[in-house]
Design a binder for this molecule. Structure first.
Ligand SMILES: NC(=O)c1ccc[n+]([C@@H]2O[C@H](COP(=O)([O-])OP(=O)(O)OC[C@H]3O[C@@H](n4cnc5c(N)ncnc54)[C@H](O)[C@@H]3O)[C@@H](O)[C@H]2O)c1
Length: 360
């Protein structure tokens, strides 16, 4: 029998989930929820067009009614970030599995609550830090873990993107500390998650930030210097005010036996891929680069876990928490102007709302 999904939040990113679900064998979208009726209608229309399925989809203006539907096995949560934690907790209490858009939560307390509830109820939470499922990233992870690159001394992530005034005005939650978190929590999280996946836990972080002229609360420029537990160093350089449009996202690893540096607007370019005793043909690398079907592999991962073919999803709630905790450390450091050791005792992006020192 198919695994039945209900999706809450039919906005911009929901389309990606619906398109992916329509291609997944053994998955069926049976319900959606949004406070905007036309968005639910659009979601239903898209899914039925893609699947040629004429069965109507249940539509709920109130998501708590969707959670009460006993036929739904998995809840996809793609609402604004400020609602992620409360909906996830309610859904876990209703014994649902979860596909949760990043970030897992906007406070460490909420992330911890989610981890605990998932454990207590024996449910799976998959956090959409989907770049880990991209084949080129899996190849890098395999090279790091096998020791092929040797000891890694430095990892660098850069994000040079443009988010326009229109992007922020299209949805009022964007750019607010309480509902969105900052640019690192919204966009930078993917690259920071990759850096940690490759290099392990962060021991300490120092950060500085500033912001531009857009009428919003959060940062537009962030810089971080990291020390990992394995003593590797890391650098984060991120901005969302690159004029006039997106320039580059890149990740580079510098190890004793190899350098890997990939980038481009969509990680579609290899700047250097040079590993001692590990020649890779241009053709095989190009094939890996071209495969950007990470959303599909992400859903496949969950479906395999639910079919008991494997035990855990790759990006569970603990991994979701790890990504936000490093970013929270950078935010904390930008406020105190001191290096911050991890793990943090507590942090919420709402802490940032009253702070001005970081951009003065
Ligand atoms: N993984 C990724 O690469 C990626 C990319 C983009 C966005 N996201 C994440 O996805 C989430 C949504 O982003 P978006 O750009 O689609 O936002 P959006 O504003 O376009 O969509 C959010 C939707 O949630 C709906 N909503 C609001 N309150 C609701 C409620 N109480 N019940 C049901 N629906 C409600 C809104 O009406 C809207 O349709 C954010 O958390 C964002 O961080 C992830």
């Amino acid at each position: 029998m198919a695994v039945r999904f209900g999706l809450i939040g039919c906005g911009r990113i929901a389309e990606r989930h619906i398109r992916t679900l329509s291609r997944c064998q053994g998955a069926e979208l049976i319900a959606v929820s949004d406070i905007q009726e036309e968005r639910m209608n659009e979601a239903e229309h898209l899914y039925s067009t893609l699947t040629s399925e004429s069965k109507p989809i249940h539509k709920y203006a109130d998501y708590s009614k969707l959670l009460l539907n006993p036929d739904i096995d998995v809840i996809v949560i793609s609402t604004l970030s400020g609602l992620h934690a409360s909906i996830t907790k309610q859904a876990l209490l209703m014994n649902k599995h979860i596909v949760l858009e990043k970030p897992i939560a906007l406070s460490l307390k909420d992330a911890n609550d989610i981890i605990e509830l998932a454990q207590d109820n024996g449910r799976h939470v998959l956090v959409c830090q989907q770049l880990r499922y991209r084949p080129i990233m899996c190849e890098i992870k395999q090279l790091v873990d096998s020791g092929a690159i040797g000891k890694i001394y430095l990892g660098v992530v850069t994000m040079r993107i443009q988010r326009s005034p229109e992007y922020y005005s299209a949805a009022p939650w964007r750019g607010s500390w309480a509902e969105d978190g900052g640019m690192l929590i919204n966009q930078g999280i993917h690259f920071i998650d990759l850096l940690q996946w490759f290099l392990g836990d962060v021991q300490q972080i120092y950060g500085e930030m500033t912001r531009g002229a857009l009428p919003k609360q959060t940062e537009d420029v962030a810089l971080g210097i990291l020390t990992f537990k394995n003593k590797a160093k890391g650098v984060i350089e991120a901005n969302s005010i690159t004029y006039p449009k997106n320039l580059d996202n890149a990740i580079s690893l510098f190890g004793e036996k190899g350098t890997i540096s990939i980038g481009g607007a969509s990680f579609d370019k290899i700047y250097r891929w040079s590993i001692a005793d590990h020649p890779e043909t241009e053709e095989s690398l190009e094939q890996l680069l071209q495969n950007r079907d990470e959303h599909y592999y992400m859903y496949e991962d969950l479906l395999h876990v639910l079919a008991k073919k494997k035990k855990h999803v790759l990006v569970d709630a603990n991994e979701g928490k790890r990504a936000i905790e490093t970013i929270f450390g950078l935010y904390q450091s930008a406020i105190t102007r001191q290096p911050v050791p991890l793990p943090l005792p507590s942090f919420s992006t709402s802490n940032m709302a009253g702070e001005t020192g970081w951009f003065l």
